[in-house]
Design a protein around this ligand. Structure first.
Ligand code: AHG
Ligand code: MN
Ligand code: MN
Ligand code: MN
Length: 332
């Protein structure tokens, strides 16, 4: 019994990143350093999230972001923490964030990388203690070193991501990421201050029985989407939707499932954002054997035209997403 309860400490995230780097003899270690910087920021945000209810940083901040959403205090705090960690780390020249209208220049003109991030995903869940997250995508800059990054560096399609991941602040805090060679998950052990490899080479089940969609929007969806949701209901599938994309995706990744945020009357281009929400999760889904589309094409191939671009989003288990396409397109 005792041994079962004993902490299964194995490979730390730092060691895992280091070992991976050894597979690439010509790698300079900058991407590894950047991943460690992100993990450090995640630990800091994790601390803020855990204490939010106690130290008065729950609730609204009193301003809106560029999308017209009411910012929560933790949206702003997480944004500051991540920007600071990336600036101090030195590897990133330019950051794109949900919470900032324009590109953020770190001043690290020699930094090779661009980071797009949703510093705090699932804001509406902060004050009710439901899982929230952070999402990030990493790109290599295209412009020459020595200057700030430019718009072209930021508007790269998702196929160009060199790494992407998310952190989920839930019953336990986890970081899940890919560098294009499978997906691995690390669970945070707070008393030791380390992420440990807990979910090696994650594969999303090809089939699943859970669908995740804001059903309150049903009558705002097009006929095809409604037909697919009718199919899910008739098949007595299980509905699960928290309103935290990271949480809803994490469940689909581990258990199999499909997540949909289609276009609505209110949000005719969909709600979720290509650069700092959908691309990262699409990269992870594909690396785990799943699929991510905007209902028609592969998310990763969409050429972005603006920083805060939105799109309809369908992601999850291969067979479920394919079935959804068949039904949705059958109605078109
Ligand atoms: P964010 O909190 O970063 O603005 O993202 C909110 C997103 C996403 O996390 C979630 O899946 C979706 O908004 C929920 O939207 P609805 O409340 O419209 O269902
Ligand atoms: Mn928001
Ligand atoms: Mn979000
Ligand atoms: Mn957010």
């Amino acid at each position: 019994m005792e041994s079962k309860l004993a902490l299964q400490v194995g490979t730390t995230l730092d060691r895992f990143i280091m070992r991976k780097q050894e597979d690439f003899p010509f790698a300079t270690g900058e991407l590894s350093q950047l991943l460690r910087d992100i993990a450090l920021a995640a630990k800091i945000v994790n601390r803020e999230v855990n204490h939010a209810g106690l130290i008065g940083i729950g609730g609204a901040y009193g301003a809106q972001n560029v999308q017209g959403e009411d910012q929560q205090k933790l949206d702003v705090i997480a944004n500051i923490r991540f920007i600071r960690a990336l600036r101090n780390g030195g590897e990133v020249c330019t950051i794109i964030s949900e919470e900032d209208d324009e590109m953020i220049q770190t001043g690290n003109c020699k930094g090779k990388y661009i980071v797009a991030m949703d510093p705090l995903d699932g804001s509406s869940n902060i004050d009710v203690n439901v899982s929230i997250g952070t999402i990030f995508s990493i790109y290599r800059r295209l412009s020459a070193f020595g200057e700030d990054g430019v718009m072209n560096d930021c508007l790269q399609p998702g196929t160009q991501q060199v790494a992407a991941g998310y952190v989920i602040y839930g019953p336990s805090t986890m970081m899940v990421y890919t560098t294009g060679n499978g997906v691995n998950g690390f669970t945070y052990e707070a008393s030791l201050g380390e992420f440990y490899l807990s979910h090696q080479n994650i594969r999303i089940p090809e089939n699943g029985n859970i669908y995740s969609c804001n059903d309150g929007n049903y009558w705002q969806f097009d006929e095809g989407t409604r037909a697919y949701l009718d199919y899910c209901r008739k098949a007595s599938m299980t509905a699960r939707y928290t309103g935290s994309l990271v949480g809803d995706f994490h469940r689909s990744l581990l258990k199999g499932g499909i997540y949909l945020y289609p276009a609505t009357g209110k949000a005719p281009n969909g709600k979720l954002r290509l650069l700092y929400e959908c691309n990262a999760l699409a990269f992870i889904a594909e690396q785990a054997g799943g699929i991510a589309t905007d209902g028609k094409k592969r998310v990763l191939e969409i050429q972005p035209t603006e920083l805060h671009q939105r799109l309809p989003f369908i992601i999850g288990s291969k067979n479920m997403v394919e079935k959804a396409h068949t039904i949705i397109q059958g109605q078109a």
